[in-house]
Structure formats: C-alpha cells, structure tokens
Design a protein around this ligand. Structure first.
Ligand SMILES: Nc1ncnc2c1ncn2[C@@H]1O[C@H](COP(=O)(O)OP(=O)(O)OP(=O)(O)O)[C@@H](O)[C@H]1O
Ligand SMILES: [Mg+2]
Length: 619
C-alpha cells in the first residue's frame, strides 16, 4: 500500500516543488514573515521589562533583600516608573496579539489558496487520464489523494513551515537574550538539552510508527466502506451483516490500537519535557540564588531567566510535533506528485488532422487488443462500416462487443492494427473532436446528480428546450416528466438512484438524441425497458439512424434484424457478417443464437417477429 511508505522528513526536491504552489502568494507570505519576525522579537521583551521593573523600581538599591524598607520620598518616582513599564508591557502584548493574528490569518489563507490550486490541478489531471488507469486505481485511493493527502499538505503550508521558522526564531532570540544577561545561567539551562533531545528522538520514533499504522488503517477503512456501502443491498440480501461487521471490526481495531499507541507516546512525552524544564528551573533557582547572595546577580535577572526558561521548552515540544507534520507532508506530496506525474497514455497528437466533413465511415484493420498483457480480447478483427450504414454487433457475453466501441472512442489504444474513421487513423485526430462525433448509449448508463435537463445537455451549449422536449417524447419519457412537479428541472439523486434502470437507459437515449451525433452507438440500449417502450424507441431509432453511421449492440435479436449488416463476434473474433437472412441461411453461429432465442416459436424466415412498421430501422 502506498500509504505505508514514509520517507525522509525533508526532501529538497519535493519541498522545492511544493513551494512552487506558494509562489503566487509570495506577497502575503512576505508580510506574514515580517509579522512573525516582529512577534518573535516581542516575545523576548516581556522578561526584559520584568527585569527592569524589578531592578530599577522594586529593588533599586541593587541589594536584593526584599525586607529593605522602601524610602517614602522615592516612592512616587518608583510608582511612575512602574506604571510606565507596565504600560509598555501592555503595548508589547497588544502588538504581539496583532502580529500573531495577522500572521496566522495570512498563512492559513495562503495555505487554503495553495490547496485549492493543487486540488484543481489533480482533478484536471484525473480527467485527462486514460480509462486503463481507472481500471487499475480504485476510487477510494484517488479520493484519498484529493482529500486526506492534500489536507496534510495544508497543515504543512498553513502552520508547519511558518511555525517551524517561528519556533526556531523565538528559540534563538531567547538564547541570545539570556546569553547577554548571564552566560553562566544560560549554559546551566542548556545543560538539560541533551536529555530533552533524547526524549524527543524516542517520542518521534514511537509516534512515527503509530502514525504510519494509522494512515494505513484509514486507507483500509475508506476502501472497505466504499465497497460495502455501494453494495449494501447485496450485503443485506445475503445476510452478510454479521460477517461484514466482524471484518470491519478488525480494521477498525487496527486503527484504534495504532492511535492508542500514539496517545501513550504523547502522554509520556509532554510530562517528561515539562519535568526536564522544571528541573532546569530548580537548578537555576539554586545556582542563581547563590549568585544573588554573593551579589554577582540581580533579582531582576533571575526572574527574567525564569520567564525565559518557561518560554524555552514550549517551542522545543512544538518542533518535535512539527517534525511529524513535515514527514507526513513529504510522504503525502510524494503520492500526490506521483499521481500528477502519471502521464495519460491516450493523448491527442501534437498536430491533429481535422475530422472529415464528409459522411463518416469506420474501419477496423487487423485489430488486436488486450486489456492486460497478451490476454487477447480482440483477435485480428477487420471490418468496414460504410457512411450512413447501420450495423449490428451480436455475440455471446464477453465476446468483445463493448470492447469494440471502447476502442473506437479511444478509451484504450489498440496493440496491433489500426482503426480509421472518415479516412484518418483515430490516433491522428484530436481526442476531443473524435469523441464529439459519437453519441453513445451505454450498456450501464451513468447519470450525475443534477436536474434531468442538465443530465441530457451535459454542458453542451446550444441544445434548445424544444429539442430536449422532443427527445424526451421520442424515448417515451414525456409522461414521467409531466408527472414530476418540476418537470425537466427535477433533480435526480447521485447516480440516478431514484430512477429505474429502464428510465436511466431512456434518459441516456434522450442524451444521444439531443446531441445529434454523426455516429451513433447503442450498447444494449433498450435491454431494460418494456416491449411497448422498446417498440416506440425503435420507431424513433428509425429516424435517428437515417443517414447516420450507426452501431447497434443487442442480445435481443429482434432489435437488430433490420440492420444493414450484422457482425457476429465470437471469442474475440469476427466470425460472420451479413444481413439477417444471409446469416440465417449460413446456419452458423448467428443461426444457432437465433434458434436458441426463439426455439419455442416457429421460426418464420424471413418474416420479422413484430410488425414491419415498428421494426423499421431505416426510413
Ligand atoms: N476493463 C477491463 N479490464 C480487463 N478486462 C476487461 C475489461 N473490460 C472487459 N474485459 C474483458 O474483455 C472481454 C470482452 O468484454 P466486453 O465487455 O467487450 O464483452 P461484451 O461482448 O460487451 O459482453 P456483454 O454482452 O456481456 O456486454 C471479457 O472477457 C471481459 O472479461
Ligand atoms: Mg458489453
């Protein structure tokens, strides 16, 4: 699983590429960095002000005996001084508040903008990838790329990078300020650092491991849910609820266990660092107190050191946490970039030929095709469909009929041989232009959430309302539309879940009709509709295929008898070609298929089974 890979915490190549997403927002980032810098400086001012207040106004003699009586004559001066220091302190913390707000707001906003751009790029790239890619990559995984992975990067952009910089700045400023006040005490404070570093390394190792397990578990949960929610009806039908709940429990437990381990590490880490911090403060108290008694140090400096000490350990704790963000972000960006770097294998040529304006013919020339390796699905298939001709494709399930249409639309590229349309090889044409020649009613119609009208137009401009209405009427959906309160503006749910399969087929049919394509492909277009509707559609079809190159795939042979020619596919090969009567006379595969379908009826050759008018494919 890709989620398992966890590489370096910092990879300059990946980071460089990530930073290109920040480039458009460099103005905001610069301002935010200035805020950050000012804020870091403000952070060290507080203790300094405290020192001034104590040494100048509280213990002015410099002799740190708290019992020294305060000279009443001087007390008003001291009061003014204290008030001034307190006033400055207030200004400092107010300024720090503004800086922090400005910096956080700008960086979070930049992070969101950058993620917006990245998501858009991933989606645009997904749309360009060939269908073979989607055969190999489950939906769950791709969804994870666009959501979880990009969210991790957002953490990096909006808080990670900047807070790391902020923490480092604050730490170095504090050390510098402390060093100026008292080098000896600074070294004492730093003496516990090796222990802190050790604790951090141990913590990181343990958390890193549980983080990886958490990520793997989440990916598994996503995939499992996706599959089982989609298949809920089958799951319930076969009473698999208990079994499925048990399987889910196992994955869910992995996730919880991994999380528990990480909580354990967190539970230890923070108190330990806290303890080390307090330990160093205790050392400071003892050592600093001694120096004060010796008269080598003022009380103000000791108090300031205490304050620095408190601020010193928080950034260290934060840094170890940021390390995890950095590492997850590197791994996530590696996965996202790998997706972005997957080159689509089916692309338009650099200088495509225009599609011929003349009526289109289609030619398969010794085509060999396999979805995988050398598992040939089509073997040496050759045929030509003349302009305006209607051909029918028949054959057993799995014979390769849908595959032929997939190849024609260039969802996949053939391994051997070539396919030509209007005299040009389909690889020489612009993909978009090639596909816009076709109207297709798929075996497995797909609808998007949206209104009925949107589903028929699919964003194509210039389809008038009348055309839409006529298309609905032709496919017998007028009644359905009239029954709906909003008519064509009725919203259908995701994947058309609130429509019957037959209705979906009819909508998909109306889609093809409304687009008025030059080549029409019907793949089992009416397999799920009742006989009356089918007859109606066949009449509409008669008008539709007139003058248009068409391919009709059907198992119900009654549907295709009127085609100009019938191609019989068998195990990936084109075995028979001819008209209905010719093929029956041949007494081959077609004849057998026909006999099987109508064995209970007397085979009336050459009379069609339904009245000629409604069967008429061509007018
Ligand atoms: N995306 C795919 N990846 C791998 N193999 C596939 C894929 N689609 C189809 N096949 C295989 O290719 C063969 C031909 O499938 P195809 O869909 O062309 O059959 P068909 O003639 O349309 O059948 P049906 O009448 O059931 O629709 C089948 O053996 C099938 O298993
Ligand atoms: Mg098929």
């Amino acid at each position: 699983m890709e989620e398992e890979v966890l590489g370096k915490a910092y990879d300059s190549r990946l980071m460089g590429r990530l930073l290109t997403y920040m480039r458009p927002y460099r103005g905001a980032i610069m301002v935010s960095l200035v805020f950050l810098l000012v804020n870091s400086v403000l952070q060290i001012l507080g203790p300094l002000l405290t020192k001034i207040a104590i040494d100048r106004f509280l213990v002015p003699s410099g002799t740190p005996t708290l019992t020294t009586p305060i000279d009443p004559l001087l007390s008003s001066d001291r009061w003014t001084g204290l008030a001034q220091v307190a006033g400055i302190y207030l200004l400092v913390i107010l300024a720090a508040l503004l800086m922090e707000f400005g910096q956080t707001y700008l960086m979070q906003r930049t992070g969101q903008y950058a993620m917006f751009d990245l998501r858009r790029e991933v989606m645009a790239h997904l749309q360009k990838l060939d269908i073979a890619f989607f055969d190999k990559n489950p939906v769950g995984r791709l969804v994870t790329r666009v959501t979880t992975d990009i969210d991790v990067l957002n953490d990096l952009f909006s808080s990670g990078l900047v807070t790391i910089l902020g923490d480092v700045l604050v730490l170095s400023f504090i050390v510098a300020a402390m060093f100026r006040l008292s080098p000896g005490m600074t070294l004492l404070l730093l003496a516990v650092m090796p222990l802190v570093v050790l604790a951090t390394i141990l913590f990181r190792r343990s958390v890193q491991n549980s983080y990886r397990r958490i990520r793997v578990a989440i990916a598994k949960i996503n995939a499992y849910l996706q599959e089982h929610v989609n298949g809920m009806a089958v799951l319930q039908l076969f009473n698999r609820e208990r079994k499925s709940a048990e399987e889910f429990d196992r994955i869910n437990r992995e996730h919880m266990q991994a999380f528990k381990d990480s909580i354990f590490a967190y539970g230890w880490f923070y108190p330990v660092v806290e303890f080390l911090g307090m330990l160093s403060l205790a050392l400071l108290l003892a050592y600093g107190g001694l120096r004060i008694i010796e008269g080598a140090l003022t009380l103000g400096i000791l108090v300031a050191f205490f304050q620095y000490g408190m601020r010193f350990f928080r950034p260290i704790q934060d840094l170890s946490e940021k390390y995890n963000i950095l590492q997850s972000a590197m791994a996530a960006s590696e996965r996202v970039f790998r997706l972005l770097d997957t080159a689509p294998r089916v692309v338009s040529p650099p200088s495509p030929r225009p599609v011929s304006r003349a009526p289109l013919d289609i030619e398969f020339d010794h085509v060999w095709f396999a979805y995988k390796d050398e598992d040939w699905v089509l073997r040496d298939v050759s045929f030509r469909i003349a302009p305006g001709e209607t051909i029918a494709l028949v054959g057993h399930t799995g014979a390769g009929k849908t595959t032929i249409t997939n190849l024609l639309l260039r969802f996949y590229d053939v391994q051997r041989g070539s396919i030509r349309i209007g005299g040009s090889g389909i690889r020489e044409l612009d993909l978009h232009e090639l596909r816009s020649q076709f109207g297709i009613v798929l075996q497995d119609p797909y609808l998007f959430s949206g209104t009925l009208a949107e589903n028929i137009r699919l964003g194509t401009a210039g389809i008038a309302d009348e055309t839409l209405a006529a298309a609905m009427e032709q496919v017998n959906l007028k009644d359905l539309v009239e029954r709906l309160p909003e008519g064509l503006q009725h919203s259908i749910r995701e994947r058309g879940a609130d429509l019957s399969t037959g209705q979906k087929q009819l909508l998909s049919f109306a889609r093809a009709l409304a687009h008025d394509p030059r080549v029409l492909i019907l793949d089992e277009a009416t397999s799920s509709v009742d006989t009356e509707t089918e007859l109606r559609i066949r009449a509409a079809l008669g008008r539709l295929v007139a003058g248009r190159t068409s391919i009709v795939i059907a198992h119900r042979l009654s549907t295709i008898q009127r085609a100009d020619r019938i191609l019989v596919m068998h195990k990936g090969q084109l075995r028979e070609t001819g008209t209905h009567q010719e093929l029956l006379a041949l007494r081959g595969i077609y004849w057998k298929l026909y006999q099987l379908q109508y064995k209970d009826q007397e085979i009336r050759i050459p009379e069609p089974l339904v009245p000629r008018e409604s069967l008429e494919l061509r007018t």
